[in-house]
Design a protein around this ligand. Structure first.
Ligand code: SF4
Ligand code: SF4
Length: 82
């Protein structure tokens, strides 16, 4: 049998506690391309064509990859509240 591993949230616990910056989506700028969903290493972005992006902050670790890959800069990384 070949061992398979699929990406899934929580493979390293409640990764939301790691965050110092939080991705916030400006839905008015979003062009529904799905790149943030595709590249999020924690698989915590929920996206489907025609439905807007949502992020599960319990597991989002704040890496900023989603903001980097968004072609229209619809995702901003803002500091977490101290
Ligand atoms: S910052 Fe973006 S890419 Fe990184 S874990 Fe959170 S939602 Fe995913
Ligand atoms: S990458 Fe940006 S434009 Fe594309 S779905 Fe995500 S937020 Fe929207």
């Amino acid at each position: 049998m070949i061992p398979l591993s699929k990406p899934a949230p929580a493979s390293a616990g409640i990764t939301g506690t790691w965050r110092t910056y939080k991705p916030v989506v400006s839905l008015d700028k979003c062009i529904d391309c799905g790149l943030c969903w595709l590249y999020c290493p924690e698989s915590v972005i929920d996206w489907e064509k025609g439905h807007k992006v949502t992020i599960d902050y319990t597991y989002c670790k704040g890496c900023g990859i989603c903001a980097d890959v968004c072609p229209v800069k619809a995702i901003n990384m803002i500091p977490e509240e101290a």
